[in-house]
Design a protein around this ligand. Structure first.
Ligand code: AMP
Length: 398
């Protein structure tokens, strides 16, 4: 197989991350990676580094919108030293009920994704925009999409359906989950060490938990959208639907049309809640820890709510799996915030989850369970871009 340069584009609600890999027989080499953060602000962040970690670009430009953000990326990667890609891989949260597998992007697939933007309204529009722009800017280069929801397509019906009238189920309203490529990458990295009963906590700015049996997702905390599940940086996670109705009635006078009220409700539950809403300070765990160390009670409550709900989900998924062999922490908080791991594991000893405080004092890949702990506890950073490159190469070859 010749050496294939593959560009990976991974957009979030306010960021575009990208990487360039070189793929050859069995070998994957990351050449560059970079990101534009803070889209919609006048103090964005734009950086690119090479394989040795040397920063080629490190700027704080104004990034008023996604056009400006994507132009920064494409202006940089379309010239030397970046190789011209032979294929482009995109990450997307959910493609809806008809697009369940990673696949080559066609005009029909793009139209179908567009019809389903309501299923991930903060994430899908920018991802679709970038797919269309990438096709225009790199003419003739095949584009592929990997859906987070693909990994969760194995969840049994009883866990995937919501108890709502059938007409909404027929429209495709169901649990799609998120972070699927991260979970798939953990399974991939575990390889022959993959246990039968596994719980993975992906704790980043977006946070979710998945129960995995024999490498397949059997339940996951996020629902139709990434707003459900456990508490995230700015999202509520699961709440009583009555709370949504209460807020809706509260804002009804100020937002008299249904769509305006729905948009405002979405802003409240998806952008102003979660760690940010409770801490009143930040959605960023590092800031929250710093304010907590200075005695901020709201930050204390944010961490307490966050870790409590995660413990509760671990208990639930322990029941779903009929026991547990391994617990994995991943994502920015899961990999780096040693205290969050301590807080989560405290009180779960009766489930066989025994953390070793000394081993826990690490950042990055490690086994952190105590000697003899019935459940092995590990920290494993996700390898989402590598997984996307693997799928792109597989699909190119087929
Ligand atoms: P992600 O979305 O995976 O990039 O994760 C972002 C989250 O990870 C933010 O809440 C960060 O504050 C948190 N995070 C990153 N590094 C650290 C660290 N060293 N200690 C605590 N939290 C961290």
């Amino acid at each position: 197989m010749p050496t294939l340069p593959v560009l990976v584009l991974n957009s979030g609600s306010s960021s575009i991350k990208f990487s360039v890999y070189e793929a050859s027989d069995g070998e994957r080499t990351k050449l560059f990676e970079g990101a534009v953060d803070g889209i919609g602000t006048d103090q964005g962040k734009f950086w690119i580094k090479d394989a040795a970690g040397t920063k080629l670009i490190d700027e704080t430009p104004a990034v008023p919108n996604r056009d400006a953000a994507f132009k920064l990326v494409t202006d940089a990667v379309s010239k030397s030293p970046f190789p011209y890609p032979v294929a482009i891989g995109h990450r997307m949260v959910a493609g809806g009920p008809k697009l369940l597998q990673h696949q080559r992007i066609t005009p029909e697939a793009l139209d179908e994704m567009e019809r389903r933007v309501a299923f991930a309204p903060l994430h899908s529009p920018i991802a679709i925009y970038i797919m269309r722009q990438a096709e225009r800017l790199f003419p003739g280069v095949p584009n592929f999409v990997c859906f987070d929801s693909a990994f969760h397509s194995t969840i049994p019906e009883a866990a995937a359906r919501f108890a709502i009238p059938e007409s909404y189920v027929e429209q495709g309203v169901r649990r799609y989950g998120a972070h699927g490529i991260s979970y798939e990458s953990i399974v991939y990295q575990l390889g022959r060490e993959l246990p039968s009963r596994l719980i993975v906590c992906h704790l980043g700015n977006g946070a979710s938990i998945t129960a995995i049996r024999d490498g397949r997702s059997v339940d996951t905390s996020m629902g139709l959208t990434p707003t459900g599940g456990i508490i995230s940086g700015t999202r509520t996670g699961d709440i009583d639907p009555g709370v949504m109705l209460y807020i809706l009635r509260d804002i009804a006078a100020e937002y008299p049309t249904t769509n305006a009220a729905a948009d405002q409700l979405e802003t409240i539950v998806a952008k102003k809640s979660g760690l940010l809403g409770v801490s009143r300070r930040s959605n960023d765990m590092r800031d929250i820890r710093e304010h907590l160390s200075r005695g901020c009670p709201h930050c204390g409550m944010a961490v307490a709510e966050f870790t409590y709900v995660i413990r509760k989900f671990i208990g639930a998924y322990h029941a779903v799996l009929g026991g547990l062999d391994m617990l994995v922490f991943t994502g920015g908080i899961g990999e780096n915030d040693t205290q969050t791991r301590i807080d989560i594991c405290a009180g779960l000893q009766h489930l066989g989850i025994q953390l070793d405080p000394a081993r826990n004092n690490v950042r990055g890949s490690a086994t952190i369970s105590a000697e003899g702990s019935p459940v092995e506890i590990r920290v494993i950073p996700p390898a989402e871009d590598l997984l996307i490159v693997n799928h792109v190469v597989r699909l190119l070859e087929s």
